[in-house]
Design a protein around this ligand. Sequence first.
Ligand SMILES: [Zn+2]
Length: 291
Amino acid sequence: MQLASAALKAGRIPGERRCVPAGSSQLVHCGVAGMTKSTTPCVFCGKSGFLSAEHVVPKWVRKGPQVREPVREFSGTTYVGAAEALAIVFHEVCANCNTGWMGDLEMAARPVLEPLLLGAAPGTSRILDPDQQAILATWAVKTSLLLTLGKFRGQDHGWIPASTLQWLYQHHESRMPPPGARAWMGGFNTSDVPASAQAACLYDASGEPVAQCVTFTVGCVLFQVFTTGQEDADLSPDIEAWLAPKAPYTSALLQIAPSSSPLRWPPEAVFGVEDREALAGRLRQGLAPRP
Ligand SMILES: [Zn+2]
């Protein structure tokens, strides 16, 4: 892989030039319902001030498929436990971002994603046009990175490309996934696991984190999201070939970022729990473990 950039450091928020370890927020309750004054900058816009509680996976996503069972969580290939129903509240998003562009993104994603969460009736299908795919992919990138920050930061696989979070803020009106992001959707059999999240950081030969691959499921929908920092967003043909789903995933994964063609949902094949485990590991095949 040639994704390395000397500028990338685990946990660094570009522009701040410092590391942000888990639990570093300096919060001061100021009596405003739902908001807290903080010296910690918003992970998107970089401004400090009033932070708000962002539900990483919004309630409407969890409500449709009735996600109440414990959620299986993995860091890399290591099972790290079961958590409470993806009800993750993240405190490093400012009130302006949370109620502004992020709220708008939720409103745009909801009518597309919500019907898919419960699964398609046998023999039925629908077409996802490129605009709908772009909204879903943007939502999936945002959600995957906040899931990683909220659940896995400080662990070996908890790195995220912070410049890509900033890109989402700076280009939020485009409703397009960031450069360098690749996102796929699949159908998922919910009979065993109602939701799951897995973060898998990829390292270069010198041990620097260069990309994050998050696989998460909610209800009958599975997302796999690959992101790099914006300085590494121009992917080589070799990287593209490596990312492309191979058999047996070609009939089960729909690429929604980048995509310019309508896609039929659901895909021909649906993932079960064991398939999901293998899928989450597909992008690590041939890669050296963390030095
Ligand atoms: Zn903000």
